[in-house]
Write a protein that binds this ligand. Structure first.
Ligand code: NAG
Ligand code: NAG
Ligand code: NAG
Ligand code: NAG
Ligand code: NAG
Ligand code: NAG
Length: 392
């Protein structure tokens, strides 16, 4: 080919590549932005290869905010951050929900090229409140705890915790304008175990980052007393002291408690001292035998517990009481160990001497439990008897 024919072709290709470059590089680049209400939105528009063509930012209402470095809209929240041929960045302070929408960056080429950056404004949920609960509740009451948080965008999430453990509530979301009111309720039938329990409603939201908002309600549940008597001696003996403690739990606290003997007043107030909830016998006497009752009341009811006092003769106790118990215990342990050995041995024999299946071993193997095994096993009848004697 001749150079003369070549040259226009070369020029054309250069022009083409130039055009291509322009088509590739000369357009505005923007990014969507998410800002929390009250924050600052920096909106950047970039043009990588610009031949000094003007840039402009306009708001969702199509009003021009900045044309190059020239401010076009009177709004002192909007400032210029950077203006060059490659970039136009503006900032909007104290962003409100009404600032949300598509912002347009225009590059005034022929024709005009635009790009839209969507500004999303988050709204922080208000501090949650728990209501629907009037203190205190009565045991057995059905109560509803309702937690409400308003003003969130997007809608916040509410989670419930009983002490630290999460429990499920019923959530309801209500839109009010651009924000949401979220409500979650918890239905409970309260009992004494709920008294003093903290129920926490926790609000999770993107705009709260790492610190969720929460509200806590500590339940107060009233219930009738429950009474129990604790004693200082298992085997009260004549001449010794004895302390009976009336443990009564109720809300409101039942105070004082009432001690009686066999349905009447305490017969000997010199030796039977009532102090607070305790009844103390300074020195027991056989004549103290009887049924002692402790009664506790609050406005929700009355309950009582009873203790049957049997005053042991110190001599009799020395000879028999502890000995019986001790011997019984030792025999029980011995019998138990023997039973275990027999069962293990029986299993061992059955497994290792397959052919040596005597009636004895068979009985033991077929039995549903250890007791029957022993009874079934002929040779061990004596042990079964022994066991019965001490365990009954
Ligand atoms: C916005 O730009 C200004 C100026 O460059 C800077 O100080 C500020 O930190 C930026 N704010 C955000 C949220 O990027
Ligand atoms: C762009 O503007 C700069 C000065 O702002 C000037 O020096 C340069 O020649 C211009 N380029 C074009 C392609 O107009
Ligand atoms: C920007 O936001 C708009 C509207 O929410 C969405 O349609 C678009 O895909 C987003 N663009 C990018 C790059 O995320
Ligand atoms: C908002 O919630 C209330 C109950 O809390 C309900 O009665 C009402 O219908 C809800 N409104 C809307 C628009 O969902
Ligand atoms: C027990 O009480 C009786 C009659 O009240 C009395 O005669 C007796 O001495 C008492 N016994 C002891 C050990 O205090
Ligand atoms: C009191 O206990 C003694 C044993 O210490 C017993 O002999 C006596 O029968 C009991 N009396 C009553 C009234 O229960």
């Amino acid at each position: 080919m001749k150079p003369s024919a070549c040259r226009p072709l070369l020029r054309l290709s250069t022009l083409m590549s130039l055009l291509m470059q322009r088509a590739q590089g000369q357009f505005p680049i923007v990014q969507n932005l998410t800002v929390t209400e009250g924050g600052t939105a920096n909106m950047t528009c970039r043009v990588d290869h610009n031949d000094n063509t003007s840039l402009q930012w306009s708001n969702p209402a199509q009003q021009t905010l900045f044309f190059g470095d020239k401010k076009a809209l009177r709004d002192n929240r909007i400032d210029l951050v950077r203006a060059s041929w490659q970039e136009l960045t503006i900032s909007i302070r104290d962003v409100t929900l009404s600032d949300e929408g598509p912002y347009t960056c225009s590059l005034f080429t022929m024709p005009v090229k635009t790009a839209k950056a969507y500004l999303t404004v988050l709204s922080v949920p208000e501090k949650p409140e728990i209501n629907g609960f009037s203190k205190p509740a009565m045991e057995g009451d059905q109560i509803t705890l309702t937690c409400v948080t308003s003003g969130s965008k997007p809608a916040a999430d509410i989670r419930w915790f009983r002490n630290e453990k999460e429990i499920k509530g019923a959530k309801e979301v209500n839109a009010s304008g651009k924000t949401f009111t979220v409500r979650s309720s918890l239905q409970l039938q309260v009992d004494r175990n709920d008294d003093g329990v903290a129920y926490t409603c926790r609000v999770d939201h993107v705009a709260l980052l790492a610190t969720p908002q929460q509200a806590t309600e500590v339940l107060e549940v009233h219930y009738a007393p429950r009474v129990e008597i604790k004693y200082s001696q298992a085997l009260p003996q004549e001449g010794q002291p004895l302390k009976l403690e009336c443990v009564s739990k109720g809300n409101p606290s039942p105070d004082p408690v009432l001690w009686t003997k066999d349905g009447g007043e305490l017969p000997d107030l010199d030796r039977m001292i009532v102090e607070g909830r305790d009844l103390t016998f300074t020195s027991l006497n056989k004549t103290d035998n009887g049924t002692y009752r402790c009664e506790a009341s609050n406005h929700l009811g009355t309950n009582h517990a009873e203790y049957v006092l049997f005053v042991y003769d110190p001599n009799a106790v020395g000879q028999h009481g502890p000995d019986h118990a001790l011997i019984g215990g030792v025999v029980a342990v011995v019998v138990f160990v023997t039973l275990c050995l027999i069962i293990v041995l029986g299993r061992y024999l059955a497994r290792h001497k397959g052919t040596y299946l005597t009636n004895e071993a068979k009985g033991a193997d077929d039995a549903p439990d250890a007791d029957t095994a022993i009874i079934n096993a002929d040779g061990n009848h004596a042990h079964a008897e022994e066991k019965k004697e001490y365990f009954i």
